[in-house]
Ligand binder design. Structure first.
Ligand SMILES: C[S@@+](CC[C@H](N)C(=O)[O-])C[C@H]1O[C@@H](n2cnc3c(N)ncnc32)[C@H](O)[C@@H]1O
Length: 515
């Protein structure tokens, strides 16, 4: 491909290809196969997939079609065996799940001609001799049908299908109406499609023109008409435009190689994510949110906190960083090599190349996480939170609540104003007590307060704090609650009040208390 610059100098030999935004211009490889689909045809195709049972509920939840064919899993033989009996659903599965051609003769009694004609017209299928060849993989997810490249495509401009990182960002994205939303690095467009329902209009951008073509096609296929798809590097396609919500699942892998544009970027270490975070505020309306997945490095002589906090300094945004996992470089290199699913590469050379890259730059660890920034005039805050796991359900409402809690704490900095608040324990808070046998009796040894919905926060608490929180019913002010506790425990009122204020602030911050 002309857009690929072969220049990897690792180990003194060209192990892999590198491509960069300046040289990446793949006009020639925009999938010729994807052609416009009329609203009527799109609706007929969706209806046909749905009535045939090519839906998430049926395929994934009932029939356990979870994995696409993969050389790493070596599952193609099994999938072919599972779809061998002649049925309409199996014909669709063989095309759009297994990426397997079928002869006209094999499918003519199973699939109506009108469906084949539409698929040939829009490019979902290609005819070659007597065979009908699927041009894309099609996955039913979140009520959409999403076309993307076959997983077997190994060119750098491969357009990936929906994947766990897409879901994570989708669940994380703030749940409120948006006048204008940007999905930067849209890929197949699945996030843009999901956000279209709560946005007046969505702009979906990608450096990869094949991705832009897929996103535009997927919008048509799913009958969504408020998405504008544009090609270009980072924010370049939306210069001077502002949004209520910007989301990005960028190619955040920290690797010395660029085999795939969807996950590896040409910039040093974590600089691409930093650059996106620093440019995003220019494109946010006041009170607009920017949310992304990212990875960042910890380098010798600097803490990881210092490195990530610098990204957000002076951006005019409040920022919430949720730390996910931390890996040491060797573990990270192995994970990324394994994920590439390529069996044609020399693992030892790859690994050495990765490790040299990290060693030369003093990389001691690689962290991943989620970032939410809100543009707000005034004195901004930045908070880092350790978040080993995230809720399985959508938690965009909780993100909004977290920002509101911080605002609330900022407007109630004085003890006087906080003492007037009537705190209420969250309905999702639970208290767990551990007892241990001592001298023939069960003796309480610890108490843990947990949230059973939303962020999985837990805190160990003293019995008196637990008792105090149990009394937070939303009726009594904090001053009254503290007074009652001091009277019952006969502890000095000022000390109890001070301790209650500290506890309450922490509990508001974590969502255990509501106001
Ligand atoms: C991890 S994929 C995310 C795809 C999709 N948004 C999702 O969440 O499933 C990253 C996307 O960013 C695109 N990309 C890479 N470099 C870019 C750049 N400099 N500007 C804009 N998009 C870029 C890739 O082509 C790819 O589609």
């Amino acid at each position: 491909m002309s857009c690929v610059r072969a220049c990897c100098s690792m180990l003194g030999r060209p192990v892999l290809d590198r491509i960069g935004p300046a040289t990446f211009s793949c006009k020639t490889s925009v999938p010729a196969m994807l052609r416009p689909l009329s609203t009527d045809d799109a609706s007929r195709v969706r209806e046909f997939f749905t009535t045939t049972g090519y839906t998430k509920d049926n395929l994934m939840d009932r029939l356990n079609f979870i994995e696409l064919p993969s050389s790493r899993l070596r599952n193609l033989a099994r999938l072919l065996d599972r779809t061998q009996s002649p049925s309409t659903l199996n014909a669709l599965l063989r095309w759009f799940w297994l990426a397997t051609p079928q002869t006209m003769a094999a499918v003519e009694s199973l699939v109506p001609q009108w469906f084949i004609d539409i698929c040939l017209d829009c490019g979902l299928l290609e005819a070659q001799d007597k065979a009908l060849i699927p041009a894309v993989t099609l996955v039913p997810v979140q009520g959409f049908f999403i076309a993307s490249d076959h997983p077997t495509r190994t060119e750098p401009d491969r357009v990936l299908g929906p994947n766990p990182t897409s879901w994570l960002l989708s669940r994380f994205s703030v749940d409120r109406p948006s006048r204008a939303t940007l999905d930067l690095g849209t890929g197949n467009g699945v996030l843009a499609l999901a956000l279209a329902a709560r946005s007046e209009r969505v702009v979906a951008t990608d450096l990869n023109e094949r991705a832009v073509a897929f996103a535009a096609f997927n919008a048509q296929l799913n009958g969504i008409d408020n998405i504008e798809c544009l090609a270009g590097d980072a924010f370049q396609p939306v210069q001077q435009r502002k949004f209520d919500l910007v989301v990005s699942n960028p190619p955040f892998y920290i690797t010395p190689t660029i085999r795939y544009l969807f996950c590896e970027n040409p910039q040093e270490l974590d600089l691409m994510c930093r650059q996106i975070a620093r440019q995003a505020p220019e494109h946010l309306n006041e009170n607009g949110y920017f949310q992304m997945l990212c990875e960042w490095v910890q380098v010798r002589g600097q803490t990881w906190q210092e490195r990530i906090l610098e990204w957000f300094a002076g951006t005019g945004c409040d920022t919430w960083i949720l730390l996910g996992h931390t890996k040491d470089p060797s573990e990270y290199a192995q994970m990324r090599i394994r994920e590439s699913s390529r069996t044609d590469l020399d693992d030892a050379a790859l690994y050495e190349g990765y490790m040299n890259y990290y060693r030369e730059r003093g990389v001691e660890a690689i962290h991943n996480g989620l970032v939410a920034m809100r543009r707000r005039s005034g004195h901004n805050w930045t908070v880092i939170e350790d978040m080993q796991s995230t809720p399985n359900e959508a938690f965009g409402a909780l993100v909004l609540h977290t920002f509101e809690s911080r605002d609330f704490l900022q407007t109630h900095q004085s003890d006087e104003s906080m003492l007037e608040v009537r705190p209420k324990l969250s309905p999702h808070a639970r208290l767990e007590q551990v007892l241990q046998q001592q001298d023939g009796n069960w003796v309480p040894t610890s108490m843990t307060l947990r949230l059973v919905k939303g962020f999985p926060f837990s805190l160990s608490v003293q019995p008196l704090v637990a008792e105090f929180l149990g009394g937070c019913d939303g009726d009594r002010t904090l001053a009254e609650l503290a007074h009652q506790l001091s009277a019952r425990t006969k502890a000095p009122a000022t000390q109890v009040q001070k301790e209650c204020l500290t506890v309450v602030r922490k509990m508001f911050e974590r969502g255990f208390l509501l106001w």
